[in-house]
Write a protein that binds this ligand. Structure first.
Ligand code: THU
Length: 138
């Protein structure tokens, strides 16, 4: 059984894997599936900036491509390269949209500076009135 601190520790560790030669802003994420597995991710930048992938989406796409479809929580940690996070790295709009696709309203988003300093938010609070899966579409 994983705890919040385990997810945060992994998110912090994953920052070291970030490929961020343009922004020098390293983000790590650790995503817990309902099946009990953790999928990690980091941001991966590109010379064509729009091709950059965020840490959260890296984790989601790894998980979904492994067959996962249901998730409990994600921890996110971000900050300037070579430094401990100073602020909370809230997920961008695109990542929130991806969360909406695969997660229930009570999915927990944990933004962390370190294992002791973090905020937990539900997806419902983070992305109210979003465009999601609906009966008209599927
Ligand atoms: N980034 C993330 O990894 N997650 C977010 O939710 C926001 C931004 C990354 C993308 C880019 O590599 C760097 O942070 C600066 O925007």
């Amino acid at each position: 059984m994983y705890e919040v601190k385990d997810l945060i520790r992994l998110a912090l560790e994953m920052r070291a894997r970030a490929y961020a030669p343009y922004s020098h802003y390293q983000v790590g994420a650790a995503l817990l599936s309902k099946s009990g597995k953790i999928y990690t991710g980091c941001n991966i930048e590109n010379a064509s900036f729009g091709a950059t992938n965020c840490a959260e989406r890296t984790a989601f796409f790894k998980a979904v491509s492994e067959g996962e479809r249901a998730f409990t929580a994600i921890a996110i940690a971000g900050g300037a390269q070579g430094k401990e996070p100073v602020g909370y790295a809230y997920p961008c709009g695109l990542c929130r949209q991806v969360m909406l696709e695969f997660c229930e309203p009570d999915f927990q988003v944990i933004v962390a500076k370190n294992e002791e300093d973090y905020i937990c938010l539900s997806l419902e609070n983070l992305m109210p009135h979003g465009f999601g899966r609906c009966p008209d579409l599927c």
